[in-house]
Write a protein that binds this ligand. Structure first.
Ligand SMILES: C[S@@+](CC[C@H](N)C(=O)[O-])C[C@H]1O[C@@H](n2cnc3c(N)ncnc32)[C@H](O)[C@@H]1O
Length: 271
């Protein structure tokens, strides 16, 4: 395991409930596009990696697929099992994929490859467990993160609060751009690699987004906020309030919610 993987294990430890309440509502938007890109339908044998609370797995089961899943965080695997009763879900840390060669028709991963310390090795393993002609679909964030993903960090910058030392950058950061992501997947041996950009609006109560995205220690931004004293957090929150006001939903029936833009990449490929 790389140092980044060790950091990630600590990052996700015990975070499953907060993740499910917050970020997972935003990543859900990609469930349909991801499964469509991998051609998941009734009878498809599919592996979902980094399943988190299991929302991709749930939709694959609803489509009639035969689903296996894995996640590095035991709390996430438990959440997935709660949300998808009877799911074959394993605890495993990519690049480890505990299945024999050629087991699956499709492998999918929603916002997990950007959390892996050795993304190229992980891709090689994902290809290994696909049958010939099997399909891969992976999503990641466009980097650097903006809108829903970046607003708390922007608020830190605006408040003049420096990013703390000792938070390792993701080795995937350089691949959060379409050409680089396409090259990475191609170099792992996949064919017909395509990467498209997908954008949507995450409509959310800004107080809820602050609570789940900044105060709940989910993701590196949450870790960075957790290292600040109360006065700095108050300054960041004031800047956050100012920034999110710019995303107010225009119609009067929005209950104060904001529409934060989200930008992702969706890679699809063939074994
Ligand atoms: C951003 S969450 C995505 C969860 C879910 N796929 C979704 O769409 O909401 C990343 C997930 O990947 C898991 N994860 C991170 N690194 C991993 C690794 N090396 N191997 C397996 N799972 C990993 C985390 O525990 C977490 O559940």
């Amino acid at each position: 395991m790389t140092d980044f993987d060790l950091y990630e294990r600590e990052l996700w430890d015990g975070r499953a409930p907060a993740y499910e309440r917050g970020f997972a509502r935003m990543t859900r938007y990609m469930v349909g596009p991801l499964l469509d890109a991998a051609g998941v339908a009734a009878g498809t044998r599919v592996l979902e990696v980094g399943t988190g609370p299991g929302f991709v797995a749930a939709e694959a089961v609803r489509r009639g697929a035969e689903v296996s899943a894995l996640d590095a965080e035991p709390g996430m695997a438990e959440a997935a099992l709660r949300n998808v009763p009877g799911l074959d879900v394993r605890v495993a840390v990519l690049p480890e994929v505990p299945f024999p060669d050629g087991t699956f028709d499709a492998v999918v991963g929603n916002f997990v490859i950007n959390h892996v310390g050795a993304p190229a090795a992980a891709l090689t393993e994902l290809r290994r467990v696909l049958r010939p002609e099997g399909r891969l679909a992976l999503s990641c964030w466009v980097m650097p993160g903006v809108g829903a993903l970046g607003v708390v960090r922007e608020a830190m910058d605006a408040a003049g609060v420096p990013w703390p030392d000792g938070i390792p950058p993701s080795p995937f950061e350089e691949y959060g751009e379409a050409m680089a992501f396409q090259r990475l997947v191609t170099e792992a041996g996949f064919a017909d690699v395509a990467v498209e950009e997908v954008t949507w609006e995450h409509v959310v109560d800004p107080e809820e987004w602050w609570e789940t995205g900044a105060l709940s220690r989910v993701g590196s931004t949450g870790v960075a906020i957790g290292r600040q004293d109360a006065a700095a957090v108050a300054r960041i929150k004031a800047e956050y309030d100012r920034l999110v006001a710019g995303y107010a939903v225009p119609d009067g029936a929005s209950d104060g919610r904001v529409a934060l833009p989200a930008h992702a990449l969706l890679a699809s490929a063939r074994h």
